[in-house]
Design a protein around this ligand. Structure first.
Ligand code: F6P
Length: 513
């Protein structure tokens, strides 16, 4: 087996070197893991869990959350195996775990272990609602929502990071381990792990933007957060711009040596490599799921239930979050109908949205603002059965989401600021027919790669309205040319490549970096 793995590694390196001649797949990632991580215990850790068990009546069922993080990491874990440690947030989560709080997932084809960490309501409130989402989230997304810094939330954030550290240390035991930490909920984790077990190698991926130093410095605990993140051997962001912002922030805040040429920061003798890894999706799986018969049937069902005839369709598919620019796209659709009345009764915009972080005031306000805007626009233009905006405010099933992507003449991703935005890549992966136009905000990480979309500043309502018109009037040949190029790009830079690039970097630390 070992010679096989070694040979495969050589082949992979050779093909990768050919640049573009090799496509990462679940299988090749699995081989890479066997070769490079043999003898190591592989663990991932995030606040959000990939499968949430809930009661429906007395029955237990599960849902996959509306989360780019879990959607991206689940196929990677299925390829790599190992253990994923996450907060057990479902009301039936305790029903399905064993005495060590573990359950094998996916349930129909178990590939890895999900180990759940339990948190009290107070802990969730201070850590998740409070410091993670009322302080760090608005701090890192510059969308003019003021961060709230509460000392009690910060204390809970520290406590919860310690709870996760404890769970990981127990799981790793004396084993050699790689721990892959996710996101802004766990900024202190690597330090806490390494204080107790310096042999554990850690990488952390920050799924949201990192802002400029002037924005970040208002955080009263910026030094502790930076120091915590520098506990990692490897720190990843989606794009180079976020890496530079992070290095700048460290430069201005801490005593550390930042080496721009090697993308490393050294502090107290400890080196952290800071690199961009643009996250992606499982292109082949999405593209083949899009072709299933049930999706065709779902399109028919949706058209009937929404009372659609032959209208042109725009879609938005988001977690309901103030960073996503949902009211901004409605204002643009309003302007479009105002300027081009010939599209009234001929075009609709369907917005599917999953309620998110509803305990937080700014999210509740957004829901109210959005609902009243939709009401106003629908009242302004609505005629007979036709309403310009249709909202589906519920957790749509994967097949419904797929049907919406397939039905769309255009898909809007209008984030005011976004780390990557996988909705854009999922849309591209779904369009095996090479049709459909993506209208994309330049303030997403995805805009760096998907340059064949229509790039539109969501704050510029008139320009945005013009882009909607352009998408509906674009000739088929042009749509296909753009979509083919974007599909090629996402196919090649898929989620397995993202993971393979990180793992290939990570193993360099095996021998001390
Ligand atoms: O985009 C940032 C992020 O935390 C993702 O990592 C995750 O996919 C999404 O937000 C969902 O957030 P939550 O876990 O709060 O539902």
């Amino acid at each position: 087996m070992r010679w096989h793995c070694a040979l495969l590694g050589t082949v992979i390196s050779f093909l990768t070197a050919l640049n573009g001649g090799f496509m990462w797949t679940r299988e090749s990632l699995n081989e890479l893991v066997k070769e490079k991580l043999s003898g190591y215990f592989f663990m991932a850790v995030s606040n959000r869990e990939p499968y949430i068990h809930t009661f429906s009546g007395r029955k237990v069922s599960y849902q996959m959350p509306a989360s780019g993080l879990t959607a991206a990491l689940d196929p990677v874990m299925q390829a790599c195996g190992g253990t994923w440690v996450a907060h057990g947030s479902g009301n039936a989560d305790t029903e399905v775990v064993d005495k060590d709080n573990k359950v094998m997932v996916p349930l129909d084809n178990p590939r890895y272990t999900l180990k759940r960490v339990w948190l009290s309501k107070e802990e969730v409130d201070g850590h998740y609602n409070g410091f993670s989402n009322e302080a760090l989230w608005p701090l890192c997304h510059i969308v003019y929502t003021r961060p709230i810094f509460e000392e009690s939330d910060w204390n809970m954030y520290k406590k919860v990071n310690e709870i996760f550290a404890q769970s990981i240390l127990e799981e790793a035991g004396g084993k050699k381990a790689f721990v892959f930490i996710q996101d802004y909920h766990l900024a202190l984790l690597s330090r806490l792990i390494k204080e107790k077990n310096p042999n554990i190698i850690t990488a952390q991926f920050w799924h949201i933007p990192w802002p400029n130093p002037e924005a970040f410095r208002i955080c009263p605990w910026q030094n502790e957060i930076l120091d915590g993140l520098l506990g990692n051997d490897l720190l990843g962001f989606h794009i180079r711009y976020h890496c530079r912002n992070f290095m700048d922030t460290v430069d201005q805040a801490l005593e550390a040596n930042t080496a721009w040429d090697t993308c490393t920061i050294t502090r107290g003798g400890k080196k952290t490599v800071v690199l961009p890894f643009p996250i992606s999706v499982d292109f082949e799986e999405i593209s083949s799921d899009a072709q299933r018969d049930e999706v065709g049937k779902e399109i028919e069902r949706l058209k009937n239930s929404l009372g659609l005839d032959n209208e042109m369709i725009g879609v938005g598919l988001d977690r309901i979050d103030y960073t996503k620019g949902i009211p901004d796209r409605f204002r643009a659709f309003d302007r479009f109908l105002e300027k081009y009345p010939r599209y009234r009764e001929r075009a609709v915009f369907i917005q599917a949205g999953v309620p998110s972080r509803t305990q937080i005031e700014s999210y509740r306000r957004l829901q109210e603002e959005t609902d009243s805007l939709v009401e106003e626009i629908n009242w302004k233009y609505g005629a007979r059965r036709w309403k310009p905006i249709i909202t589906l405010w519920e957790h749509a099933s994967p097949v419904t989401l797929m049907a919406l992507r397939r039905m769309a003449n255009f898909c809007v991703v209008s984030s005011l600021h976004d780390g990557m935005n996988l909705v854009a890549k999922e849309f591209v992966a779904s369009r095996f027919d090479d049709d459909g136009v993506l209208i994309l905000s330049p303030f997403t990480g995805a805009a760096k790669e998907l340059t064949d979309s229509l790039l539109v500043n969501p704050y510029a309502t008139d320009h945005f309205a013009e882009a909607i018109k352009e998408s509906l009037e674009m000739p088929l040949e042009e749509r296909q040319k753009r979509m083919r190029k974007m599909r090629e790009l996402v196919r090649e830079n898929n989620i397995y490549k993202w993971a393979a690039d990180i793992i290939s970097e990570l193993v360099k630390f095996e021998s001390g970096g």
